[in-house]
Design a protein around this ligand. Structure first.
Ligand code: HEC
Length: 151
């Protein structure tokens, strides 16, 4: 957690929204600060998916889902994310790599397979979160949907 927060705090964008970076090292304070930062970006995100997102995803895809151009694709305003739910679950659970174009910008990186690191319940929560956070408005996914995507 401290390492992830370190990465978060290193991001200049997040310095603007994470004034409590100075509290690093105190787990509870970190979590409160992180949660507050998420809520500031998206007040509707007070759910488990937001917690999973900030802990595991926001270091690359950023709190506001905008990603980092050329390195980490945006999850906000990305047709793939609000498209076929099975495909999104599969990307998150099994990982993905290779050439990708989002909003006219090229990506060619590797996304880890989260199915080996977090539970299917957390994957269901975080996929639901990224499909409904920011301006995204797509259907939620269930635990059964995630379990149906095999490793
Ligand atoms: C270490 C950095 C990193 C982390 C952490 C990370 N991702 Fe990714 N993610 C990537 C990269 C890089 C790609 C693009 C891979 C490619 O170029 O094919 C990607 C792609 C994606 C895509 C597909 C986007 C598209 O347009 O096809 C989704 C969805 C996604 N990530 C969701 C997540 C979620 C949810 C989490 C947290 C559980 C997460 N990512 C954590 C780096 C990361």
């Amino acid at each position: 957690m401290a390492r992830i927060l370190g990465a978060l705090c290193a991001s200049s964008m997040l310095l603007a929204v994470l004034p409590a970076c100075a509290t690093q090292g105190h787990k509870t304070a970190e979590q409160v600060a992180s949660r507050a930062a998420v809520l500031r970006v998206n007040p509707a995100s007070a759910n488990d998916g937001a917690r999973v997102y900030i802990k595991n995803c926001s270091s690359c895809h950023q709190l506001d889902g905008a990603g980092v151009a050329g390195a980490f694709p945006p999850l906000a305003d990305n047709p793939q994310v609000v498209g076929n739910p099975h495909d999104v679950i599969s990307i998150v659970k099994l990982g993905t790599r290779g050439k990708l174009v989002v909003a006219g910008i090229n990506y060619n990186g590797t996304m880890p397979a989260w199915g080996q690191m977090i539970s299917d319940t957390d994957i269901a929560a975080v996929v639901t979160y990224i499909r409904t956070a920011w301006r995204n408005r797509a259907t939620p996914v269930t635990l059964a949907d995630v379990e149906a995507v095999s490793q």
